[in-house]
Design a protein around this ligand. Structure first.
Ligand code: GLN
Length: 188
């Protein structure tokens, strides 16, 4: 199994390290021709405006869009979730539209820009998952076949799946808990 991790900006090294711990081949991707022959793709956290702009500069937007629409499993964390969404309520960036959700960037007030929360994510098991939120987005609206996988105590959606597309507002790659990545491998 070969998984590509978009390596334009942000926390891609951490995703690669987790995939290696799970015994999976993982490669950093920057050029359109590197996207052939993948079993899955991860779009990491970072700054969605920068990643979005670099995706355009490197000619990757239509490539990723068509791979996702043709069934390639894709996992987006934080900025990656923002880019996968179909709408962003507070930004002019045009997202990839691979999951029918509306997200809000930087959804937590200043004092809470970064925090950790124990999340119930039943698809990865009964034990709570350590959610690491860093200037995180939230899912404001989910339509169609989107399944919300995790919520904060106030009911806000912070992880979701639609078909083979998976997103989390938090950063599983910054924890020692491998279960979210393992779940993505199960989807693949
Ligand atoms: N706030 C960032 C954005 O808008 C996302 C932060 C993150 O990926 N940790 O893109």
């Amino acid at each position: 199994m070969k998984i590509g991790v978009l390596a334009l900006q942000g926390a891609f090294i951490e995703h690669i390290a987790i995939l290696h711990q799970l015994g999976v081949e993982a490669i950093p991707l920057r050029l359109p021709q590197q996207f052939d022959g993948l079993d899955g793709l991860i779009i990491p956290g970072g700054e969605s405006t920068s990643i979005g702009k670099l995706m355009q500069d490197y000619d990757l937007v239509s490539k990723i869009e068509s791979l996702g629409k043709n069934g390639l499993p894709i996992f987006g964390t934080c900025a990656g979730m923002i880019l996968i969404a179909s709408h962003i309520s507070d930004s002019d960036i045009k997202p990839l539209g691979l999951m029918d959700i509306t997200v809000r960037r930087n959804a937590f007030g200043r004092q809470q820009e970064s925090f950790e929360a124990e999340l119930s994510v039943l698809v990865v098991g009964e034990k709570p998952f350590p959610g690491v939120f860093i200037r995180a987005p939230v899912i404001e609206e989910a339509n169609g076949k989107v399944e919300i996988l995790a919520k904060l105590n106030n009911g806000t959606g912070v992880a979701a799946r639609e078909g083979k597309i998976l997103v989390s507002a938090f950063h599983p790659e910054l924890t020692h808990d491998l279960r979210f990545h393992r779940y993505f491998l199960d989807i693949i």
